[in-house]
Ligand binder design. Structure first.
Ligand code: DQA
Length: 144
């Protein structure tokens, strides 16, 4: 039994990517934080980051048996229709995370095509958002 942590385009460079917006926590550190929450339940985390939409879709199809997922679609939130269709067909509960508060940023980030399909959304909490999402997901999974 595992939880899928899925990060989309440009999230592999967290730590040095526009730190004034995304902070200085690396993806490896985020993975540790999420694993910390999830392992308290005795579950594993499978963490994957891809820049390409097709690869992210493949991963969702490969992990349809996960207990749940945490997904940061990156800029695919804006017009990632293929990813959206994959998430529409994704049965496990999943939570969308954005490090930044996208509502406080450029207008083109104000709508997420994927967020309406999520069980919940955490945004604007930086790397901590992933930990919060992991805690919420463990509760969602154990309640269902
Ligand atoms: C992001 C917000 C997106 O708009 C942006 O394209 C990203 C990161 C976030 O985590 O704040 O790549 O998903």
């Amino acid at each position: 039994s595992h939880v899928l942590l899925l990060n989309g385009p440009n999230l592999g460079t967290l730590g040095t990517r526009q730190p004034e917006i995304y902070g200085t926590t690396t993806l490896a550190q985020i993975e540790e934080m999420v694993a910390d929450e999830i392992s308290a339940r005795g579950w594993k985390v499978v963490s994957e980051q891809r820049n390409g939409e097709g690869e992210l879709i493949d991963l969702l199809q490969d992990h349809g048996d996960a207990l749940g997922a945490i997904v940061n679609p990156g800029a695919l939130m804006i017009a990632g229709w293929g990813l959206r269709d994959a998430l529409a067909d994704y049965a496990p509960p999943w939570i969308e995370v954005h490090l930044s508060n996208v509502w406080a940023r450029e207008g083109f980030r104000h709508t997420s095509v994927t967020a309406p399909l999520a069980a919940g959304v955490v945004m604007g909490m930086g790397a901590l958002g992933y930990r919060l999402a992991a805690g919420a997901l463990t509760r969602l999974v154990t309640a269902s």
